[in-house]
Design a protein around this ligand. Structure first.
Ligand SMILES: [Zn+2]
Ligand SMILES: [Zn+2]
Length: 267
């Protein structure tokens, strides 16, 4: 299964937590030789946060992406996308936004709710620790289970095109500080999630933005990509760029990263 390294399906602009306008991201992608991109800002959320688009900006966002689409027509495909935030508590909210119609939607889980309020699993480390402590009583297995079960639930809705940063909960797991990916319980969670993705016919993102995070291993880890490939799950590349220079980041490294099969295949 070949990877399309000229297509970047995940990036942010100033409409959410990116640092450049839509046009600058599209220009950067074209200059880097990409032939297709999706602009995927964070979907508006029904609670206070520091990163999502505002509801009243949706129409201007779509206009701006539409303008980039026209500008690069015939030279580079530009998709009007959204990075959705799957939260079971807010399905009606999401449903209404999805009904607007999008070229590409990414299903991501950033927050876990198990108590009064949502807490981020992929914010800064203090936020991750707060999520682990307050929502899961420091039980990392419970956090992992809740995370992957929420991803599975998102996939089962059939509402989305691509699963984003599948194992982003490992962001701070350097030197197995919190859990060990080779343990059976974790592999089982991942395997169940991959089976759900395959059954639903969804695509899986290889998110190279992870290389700039503490863990510095793509989301998902290479053994998961190998497993996904074996199951026949289609893969797409995403930079998760928040700045023009990060568009397509790490794409030139993925073949080398995936060159060696995992030492102990999980299948
Ligand atoms: Zn994300
Ligand atoms: Zn993102």
């Amino acid at each position: 299964m070949t990877l399309d390294l000229c297509s970047d399906t995940h990036m942010h602009t100033t409409y959410s937590d990116g640092s450049a306008p839509v046009a600058d991201m599209a220009d950067a992608a074209f200059e880097k030789g990409l032939t297709a991109i999706a602009i995927t800002d964070h979907v508006p959320l029904p609670f206070d946060n520091r990163y999502a688009m505002k509801m009243e900006q949706i129409s201007r966002y779509r206009d701006d992406v539409g303008q980039a689409k026209n500008e690069y027509s015939g030279r580079m495909a530009v998709k009007t996308g959204l990075e959705m935030e799957y939260m079971p508590e807010h399905r009606d909210w999401m449903d209404a936004i999805l009904a607007i119609g999008w070229d590409l939607t990414i299903a991501s889980v950033h927050n876990l709710v198990k108590g009064e309020r949502p807490l981020l699993v992929n914010g800064n480390e203090t936020e991750f620790q707060a999520c682990l402590n307050k929502n899961f009583g420091r039980d990392i297995k419970s956090l992992c289970r809740a995370y992957f079960h929420t991803v599975q639930e998102a996939v089962e809705t059939g509402w989305f095109d691509v699963v984003g940063h599948l194992d982003v909960l490992k962001k701070y797991n350097t030197k197995n500080r919190f859990f060990n990916e080779t343990e059976g319980w974790y592999r089982e969670l991942v395997n169940d999630t991959l089976n759900t993705i395959h059954a639903q016919g969804m695509k899986l993102e290889i998110n190279m933005g992870a290389l700039a995070h503490p863990i510095a291993i793509p989301y998902p880890s290479p053994w998961i990509v190998w497993s996904a490939r074996k199951k026949g799950i289609p893969l797409v590349m995403g930079s998760d760029a928040h700045h023009p220079r990060a568009v397509g980041q790490g794409f030139d490294r993925i073949q080398a990263i995936l060159a060696q099969p995992p030492a102990s295949p999980p299948w």
